[in-house]
Design a protein around this ligand. Structure first.
Ligand SMILES: [Zn+2]
Length: 360
């Protein structure tokens, strides 16, 4: 079968051996697979990913000097079952799955693995128990957004919302947008969102943001304060100690950028007692001033991935039309087009999510 193989720092379309489903596994045809920011990171920083993995012993490390096939945001069609499978879905059923597989009793990743081919391939193997049928005739190119949406859902779940917070989303790429859509589904308003790109701000409004800020023009934190003010009566009731700033509703700040300096910018801009959820994956060493965190009594929660339930919620939101998926998919390429798409994704005005359709 054909696949886009990551080899020695670049992508090559090559012929790979046909995957054969083992115990409990399912052979599927990849219908659509999103290109994720992590894939771009992996291309440029594969060595660094390897460097941190020794401190994360429960994840089998990726060896970037050996071939691997990326792609962890996929929608597929069931082709065949391995031994021991219950054959829950008839052949031809459209399915999605969390991007991990159970092999020899152990959980292994898909897409950042030397052993398990990701969605940048014509066919791949999945674990039968992880499959979810794509409902409501949801097209495969929208179902493929389940994974990035689940990342947003997980970030919001980890934030353990009480209901009185005013959220501020820094960065409106696919994950920031997924967080906005989830916050809207939870009815947590007003949602303030910031991005330098006009197109991304437009999408943020479409996903449910109430206020968008261009950080080149005004401070997201100042704008946030305007929307986090209590009513005059409530402000009076919560009269601050002499010399302290006026009370504001609790701040919940989502960092969805993942480049050096952003966390410290948030530390600088955040109000007292803010809770910060770090979703962006910064691959560099980054400097944040702990003193700011101490003086403001900030809470920082780092988040990663999602649970199977959160993944299922993502599929449900898409199937029920709660997310304007059509607006997020801005391009489709075959295997030969992936390299170019990696470059094109650098332009936020033109692209949000490019899907790989390996059958093209
Ligand atoms: Zn991803």
């Amino acid at each position: 079968m054909r696949a886009a193989v990551f080899r020695q720092g670049d992508l090559f379309v090559d012929e790979l051996a046909e995957p054969v489903p083992g115990n409990g596994l399912v052979l599927v045809r990849t219908l659509a697979c999103g290109i994720c920011g992590s894939d771009l990171h992996a291309r440029d920083h594969a060595r660094k990913m390897e460097g941190v993995s020794k401190f994360v012993p429960w994840r089998k490390p990726l060896d970037p000097t050996r071939d691997f096939v990326m792609g962890h945001e996929f929608a597929c069609e069931v082709l065949d079952y391995g031994p021991g499978a219950s054959k829950r879905f008839r052949i031809g059923t459209h399915v999605v799955s969390v991007p991990w597989i159970i092999r020899d009793g152990a959980v292994q990743g898909i897409g950042f693995s030397n052993d398990n081919t990701g969605g940048y391939a014509e066919r791949m193997l999945l674990t039968e128990n992880n499959l979810l049928e794509v409902p409501n005739g949801l097209p495969a190119d929208h179902a493929a957004l389940t994974e990035p949406l689940a990342v947003g859902i997980h970030a919001v779940e980890k934030a353990r919302i009480a209901g009185d917070e005013v959220p501020l989303v820094i960065g409106c790429g696919p994950i920031g947008l997924a967080i906005i859509a989830t916050l809207r589904a939870k009815n947590l308003h007003p949602i303030v969102a910031a991005d330098f790109s006009p197109k991304r701000r437009e999408l943020a409004l479409l996903m449910g943001a109430d206020v968008v800020v261009d950080p080149a023009v005004s401070s997201p934190y100042t704008t946030w304060q305007e929307y986090a003010a209590y009513s005059p009566e409530e402000t009076k009731r919560r009269a601050p100690l002499l010399g302290m700033p006026r009370p504001l509703m609790p701040a919940l700040i989502f960092e969805c950028v993942g480049v050096p300096g952003v966390i410290n910018q948030i530390f600088e801009g955040a109000p007292r007692n803010a809770r910060i959820i770090v979703v962006g994956v910064c691959m560099e060493n980054d400097l944040a001033k702990p003193m700011l965190g101490v003086l403001k009594e900030l809470t920082v929660q780092y988040v990663f991935g999602f649970t199977k339930d959160e993944f299922a919620s993502g599929l449900r939101m898409l199937a029920e039309g709660e997310v304007n998926a059509g607006e997020l998919v801005t391009g489709k390429v075959g295997l030969d087009g992936i390299s170019g798409a990696f470059t094109d994704l650098a332009n936020p005005e033109r692209h949000t999510k490019i899907l790989v359709e390996p059958w093209r």
